[in-house]
Design a binder for this molecule. Sequence first.
Ligand code: AKB
Length: 321
Amino acid sequence: MRTSEKILVIGSSGQIGIELVENLRNIYGIDNVIASDIKVTEQAKDGPFEVIDVLNTQNLLEIVKRHNINQVYLLAALLSATAEKNPKFAWDLNMIGLFNVLDLAKEKIISKVYWPSSIAVFGPNTPKVNTPQYTIMEPSTVYGISKQAGERWCEYYYNKYNVDVRSLRYPGLIGWKSAPGGGTTDYAVHIFHEAIKTGSYECFLSENTTLPMMYMPDAIKATIGIMQADPDKIKIRSSYNLSGLSFSPKDIAIEIKKHIPNFSISYKSDSRQFIADSWPQSIDSSMAAEHWNWKPEFDLIGMTNDMIKNLKKCTESETYM
Ligand code: AKB
């Protein structure tokens, strides 16, 4: 595809970045999508790649100018569980990184920004079922606090400086192409790997902990969808609620057993239980549907079928190598 877009994905070697870069390159062409992370990764073999420390404004500016970047997807962040271990660094990375990118847009060096928020913006006082777009938030984790503050800053930069920033409140994301790192919802990926590898899994959340989740193809579709939507359709400049599916460890174990009948699950909650208990169980994303046509495709059955089919293929090809 011929395009005038030059896109930079910061934090591109993480769970979302790997799939996002792949999809963006299919749309905009390999050379128009620059992957970047804090260190060189395997991804550098697949197309343009830069080492970027998002906290280093000079490093960021130099690369943005060198590649003539006009859109930035900022994915570099510490997730909920890791952030609790290092709150100060998490705050700095999640907030200063955002300011550095928003300021590039404020100075008109770039024209569009994508920044992910999370269901972590909600807290123990939030209505848990079908959580509305506008409601009590009061997040209780440093990750959630940084995401809520980030949302406020996005809206501020839009109102005050006309910065075209777009954002989604991701639920837990599940994919087979890449591993999650440091989140509370990570169990929903690990469970598949362990089910296929060992036939059993010890879950760090209790069996009935229902959380909002989404299969990665839906998350990528939403991310690119909101970025491609006409600016006048994006009526919320803090961040949109985004829903896919909702399930508990027990629900997903039942689904996995349909494919791997001997699969067994046990439960041993750790500190992540406290985080999960503060989050909603399901999300109302009717505003995303209304404003820019958001519609998820995958339910629990469809996602489980696809995860198991693809992970089994990966395991077989590893065995034959
Ligand atoms: C996490 O568990 O921290 C993330 C999230 C819900 O933002 N997956």
